[in-house]
Design a protein around this ligand. Structure first.
Ligand code: NAD
Length: 383
């Protein structure tokens, strides 16, 4: 090395690899899935569990760790968007710090909905610069979306997911029996994300929803078609996320329904669940696509009819062109200066556009408000 300036290049590649696995009866003492990561002897586990899961599985959960002679600290977390906060995050961190786990082989176990796994994942990624974690989703939203990828986060300063990280879990265990106790509104909330995948990438999934969606909603996905639709959805989600885990590419098909929804769910946080806001966005985006002749009128009606058949309510009253436009501008900034709005060009396919105009949104809002549900089963356009 000579005197003077020099440039050092640091290069390191980190492999990301984790399993997302169907795993029924997770709390059965003979099932060692929960212990498949980390030490098994003389060990501890920090477990964050949703209060509704605690309500139904408190004894089984405690018996499980007692049976395996594991010193477990189980803390109860209340779901709901209002708890995806800095306060909740700090509270978990304090509880964790009072029960100092081994940094490498005593993973945090997160059992709950998307709010819980997002917050606990963020804790895992930031505590002592990162400790391992396992996710067990217990809502449909968590099962097919929130727990499958590597994004963590909390809402901050009036913005959704303003703080967060990309933190791969060690494992994700899917047990659909948790969905048995989930209220219908939250089942439908998750169905909105399944519909998203169907419309932009999976025509077979769309047909499965048309043929069996209603019975799956009624059975809370406990029947055979429920299993099929769930597996299709998880596989589709992973297929989209895997090549772009860290979102280097900002044009993402899975952002269908996630452009205009951002402003809607921020403004109407107490009224709209995430999936319900996504549904409104999908309806607007689908109309935009039809008005651009990307989608035929027949296909547009087919999508609206499926929404009606599944029994999902479209809260059109909350939609204004101004709100949608402001949100689009914010998302354009978030997407590095281009709109990158995913629009379906046929059912099961999608393109990205960067030139949506305010007038188009105005007209799409007007059209949306003219679609009316008839007999709870189909939509009719009434101008
Ligand atoms: N990280 C990601 O990639 C990603 C993807 C999609 C959504 N999300 C986030 O997920 C969040 C929404 O998740 P959610 O809809 O699961 O909300 P949630 O975690 O608030 O759960 C909804 C409600 O269901 C209850 N609950 C959980 N499991 C239950 C069960 N089995 N039986 C009965 N009740 C149960 C909870 O206590 C809560 O009241 C949003 O904050 C969204 O931003 C994240």
């Amino acid at each position: 090395m000579t005197n003077g300036t020099h440039t050092w290049r640091v290069s390191y590649q980190r492999t990301v690899e984790y399993e997302v696995a169907n795993c029924p009866n997770l709390f059965h003492p003979q099932n060692d899935a929960l212990l498949s990561v980390g030490k098994r002897e003389n060990t501890r586990r920090f477990v964050v569990v949703d209060s509704n899961i605690e309500k139904y599985y408190s004894t089984e959960l405690r018996d499980y760790f007692n049976y395996h002679k594991i010193d477990a600290k189980i803390i109860t977390f209340h779901g709901g968007e209002e708890n995806k906060s800095l306060e909740s995050y700090l509270w978990i961190l304090r509880e964790l710090d009072a029960f100092p786990i081994n940094r490498r082989d005593e993973p945090i176990i997160a059992i709950g909905g998307g709010v819980l796994t997002d917050v606990a994942g963020f804790v895992a990624s930031s505590y002592r610069r990162g400790v391992p974690h396992i996710k067990i989703p217990t809502t449909l939203m968590g099962y097919i979306d929130a727990s499958v990828g590597i994004k963590t986060g909390i809402n901050f300063n009036g913005h959704k997911n303003r703080l967060g990280s990309f933190e791969p879990p060690k494992k994700v265990f899917l047990d659909r029996t948790f969905l048995k106790t989930l209220p219908k509104r939250h089942i439908l909330n998750g169905v909105c994300e399944i519909l998203k995948l169907a419309v932009i990438k999976d025509f077979t999934l769309f047909e499965l929803l048309e043929w069996h969606g209603t019975e799956c909603v009624d059975s809370k996905f406990q029947d055979d078609f429920g299993a099929l639709i769930l597996n299709h959805s998880v596989a589709g989600m992973i297929e989209e996320l895997q090549p772009n885990l860290f979102e280097e590419n900002l044009a993402r098909k899975v952002d269908f329904g996630h452009t205009f929804s951002y402003g809607l769910e921020t403004l109407h946080e107490t009224q709209l669940l995430h999936g319900e806001a996504v549904l409104i966005d999908m309806a607007i985006s689908t109309i935009l696509a039809a008005e651009r002749n990307l989608l035929s009128k027949k296909e547009l009606k087919r999508i609206f009819d499926l929404i009606a058949k599944l029994g999902i309510v479209l809260h059109v009253d909350l939609v204004t062109p101004e709100l949608l436009w402001d949100t689009l501008e914010e998302r354009t900034y978030h997407r590095n200066g281009l709109q990158r709005v995913p629009l379906p060009d046929g059912i099961g396919k999608c393109i990205f556009v960067n030139d949506v105009k305010f007038e188009e949104i105005q007209s799409a809002c007007k059209i949306l408000k003219n679609w009316t549900v008839i007999n709870d089963t189909v939509y009719e356009y009434r101008s």
